[in-house]
Design a protein around this ligand. Structure first.
Ligand SMILES: NC(=O)c1ccc[n+]([C@@H]2O[C@H](COP(=O)([O-])OP(=O)(O)OC[C@H]3O[C@@H](n4cnc5c(N)ncnc54)[C@H](OP(=O)(O)O)[C@@H]3O)[C@@H](O)[C@H]2O)c1
Length: 285
């Protein structure tokens, strides 16, 4: 197992990087202004973004905070980004990336494409400094968590810049072993879906207990989001917070006896994460 460092982010304020002053972020070239790219751009703007460019032929929401162009040929020739952020779909990488080779040598490439390895990206870009990162969708509300790994030739300053760019959407951790990204993808990349599934199932169970639909929805959503907020605000382990809800002989204890049976959630969550990690390894390239 390689080392990992928790570097910065919104939920670890003791180590948050000091990037909140205006103009703290140098010019960035964002390639793909979709859900993830758009969330990152919004986070950078809040922290003071220098004049930047976004490339996207048809962004799903209007791009604010960067000049929008439709393709790489339309980027002003004198634009010199400090970082090129690759936020297109992984399946588009081979078609899209070669047009950005001209920035290799002057800019660091920060890829958030799932499954695209440092080696695979460098094959498309040449001898580029590349950082690979795996964020997750709570990035949209600056509550994401991203794990990053730096490829060969990434300088300390380039790594610090990537850390700043990722910290704008949540917590950031760095690993030295790229193989860990498969497990990261399975835990935090896909993880929001597991939590949303819990909200869905809790709502269905509330309906089955005879609660009206609007109340079932309210209870399920607020229980999941409120518990997440409590966990985020607490120094305690999740297990300690769970025990605090569990009176001996009470209702929670009865429910947990079902959920915590070895073949119930412990096995299901473990198998689900292992299946996602295996799929991540299959897709890597
Ligand atoms: N969503 C997640 O949970 C998640 C988590 C971790 C990592 N990621 C990674 O984040 C990346 C972006 O995901 P997303 O959910 O933000 O996808 P998305 O909303 O589809 O955003 C991708 C954007 O890139 C645009 N695009 C397509 N071809 C382009 C080109 N040649 N040049 C510039 N832009 C182009 C797309 O336009 P069109 O829609 O018109 O094609 C779209 O607006 C993916 O690589 C994904 O693996 C996502």
């Amino acid at each position: 197992m390689g080392r990992f460092t928790l570097q910065s982010g919104t939920d670890c304020s003791d180590r948050t990087t000091s990037v909140s002053s205006a103009g703290a972020i140098p010019p960035i070239l964002l390639v793909g202004a979709g859900r993830m790219g758009g969330a990152m751009l919004a986070g950078w703007r809040e922290r003071g973004l220098a004049a930047s460019v976004a490339v996207d032929p048809a962004p799903p929401v209007p791009v604010e905070g960067a000049a929008l162009v439709a393709d790489a040929d339309a980027i002003p020739r004198d634009f010199a980004p400090a970082a090129v952020v690759l936020a297109v779909k992984p399946q588009n990488a081979a078609a899209v990336l070669p047009a950005y080779r001209r920035f290799a040598g002057s800019a660091v490439f920060l890829s958030i494409m799932a499954g695209r390895t440092l080696g695979g990206i460098r094959q498309l870009l040449g001898e580029a400094a590349v950082v690979r990162a795996m964020p997750n969708t709570p990035a949209a509300v600056r509550q994401g968590v991203t794990v990053a790994v730096a490829g060969p030739g990434v300088s300390a300053a380039q790594r610090a810049l990537c850390d700043t760019l990722l910290a704008a959407i949540g917590a950031v951790a760095w690993v030295e072993d790229e193989a860990m990204i498969d497990a990261v993808t399975a835990v935090s990349g896909s993880g929001p879906a597991y939590v949303f599934l819990l909200a869905e199932l809790l709502e269905q169970a509330a309906l089955a207990q005879g609660l009206p639909a609007s109340l079932a929805r309210l209870l399920a959503r607020r229980t999941v989001s409120g518990s997440g907020a409590l966990l985020a605000a607490s120094e305690e382990d999740a297990a300690a917070l769970r025990r605090a809800v569990t009176s001996p002989g009470g209702t929670t204890e009865r429910a947990l006896a079902v959920l915590m049976a070895p073949t119930a959630w412990p096995e299901a969550i473990s198998r689900a994460v292992a299946a996602a990690a295996a799929r991540s390894r299959e897709l890597a390239g």
